[in-house]
Design a protein around this ligand. Structure first.
Ligand SMILES: C[S@@+](CC[C@H](N)C(=O)[O-])C[C@H]1O[C@@H](n2cnc3c(N)ncnc32)[C@H](O)[C@@H]1O
Length: 187
């Protein structure tokens, strides 16, 4: 099929932008799949900062990174992504968010509209020119619709002179397939 799912599109866009030596962020570490993907992209002279509020996410991710021999180029931080500016001052090439809850984890510890929007706002400030924030929105089911609706409204408010916002959504599919949103900082 020509039209790939949101996860595939998110990885494709991020890998077009991120180069060896770049500094990037995984804002929702979870089981570490995106942290590992980013760690491979930045190479051994790059750096990945990864955030999650749950100890389980840090444990699972650390194991994965050690197995792949890329742990030394990562920094795993147990804190909410809304506090990202306490740890990073700028020069970021790409940020990845997967909204929702930890697969096979506690469905009540999911991302929330208010903190997600605060984090995305801060990440946009931290981005370098032509950097991207890539957000995959899982919604419906236990996640509900509140966060998805709020973030989609927020994206529409971003200044079109500064940011290009692309939405990838299969509008005729059933069961709320994830939506990918890519924000590119143009200036
Ligand atoms: C859909 S999962 C991420 C999946 C992950 N990308 C992976 O590859 O497995 C969402 C994650 O966001 C985390 N989370 C929830 N609120 C958060 C917050 N305020 N800051 C950072 N992470 C948060 C959850 O604990 C959960 O692990």
């Amino acid at each position: 099929m020509l039209l790939k799912n949101s996860l595939h599109i998110s990885h494709e866009l991020v890998s077009k932008v991120v180069q060896q030596g770049d500094v990037v962020i995984d804002a929702t570490m979870g089981n570490g799949n995106d942290t590992l993907f980013l760690a491979k992209l930045v190479g051994d002279c790059g750096k990945v900062f990864a955030f999650d509020v749950q100890q389980l996410a840090l444990d699972n991710t650390k194991k994965k990174l050690i197995e792949a021999e890329v742990f030394d180029r990562t920094e795993l931080i147990q804190d909410g992504h809304q506090n990202i500016d306490k740890y990073i001052q700028g020069g970021i090439k790409a940020v990845m968010f997967n909204l929702g809850y930890l697969p096979k984890g506690d469905h009540s510890i999911g991302t929330r509209a208010e903190t997600t929007i605060e984090a995305v706002e801060k990440c946009l400030e931290l981005l370098c020119k032509e950097g991207i924030v890539m957000i995959v929105i899982y919604y419906g089911g236990d996640s509900g619709f509140e966060e998805k609706n709020a973030v989609m409204e927020y994206f529409k408010t971003l200044d079109c002179k500064k940011y290009a916002v692309l939405v990838h959504d299969f509008v005729n599919q059933v069961n709320c397939p994830p939506i990918a949103v890519c924000i590119e900082k143009m200036i």
